[in-house]
Ligand binder design. Structure first.
Ligand SMILES: [Zn+2]
Length: 79
């Protein structure tokens, strides 16, 4: 019985050492879902269709913000 426990302990220690050996230096992060807060930039709304886009992708024309060049050429929504 003691021998069995020693063998079991040896397997456990070997497994732990193997896990330590194979562990990557950087912890792998779960990248399945990205929260919106992870986007560092500002999000702006289109004055025509109210679609929200990152500010670096938005189109600015005459002081107004649009989601795309097509919205920018159409102009702001009226009414
Ligand atoms: Zn738009």
């Amino acid at each position: 019985m003691i021998r069995f426990l020693i063998v079991l302990l040896g397997i456990l220690v070997a497994r732990l050492m193997w896990l330590q050996f194979t562990k990557r230096p950087t912890q792998p992060r779960v990248t399945g879902r990205r929260p919106r807060a992870e986007y560092g930039g500002k999000v702006v709304g289109c004055v025509r269709c109210a679609l929200h886009v990152p500010q670096d992708r938005a189109v600015n024309r005459r002081g107004k913000t649009y989601c795309s060049p097509s919205c920018a050429s159409a102009g702001p929504a009226t009414g």
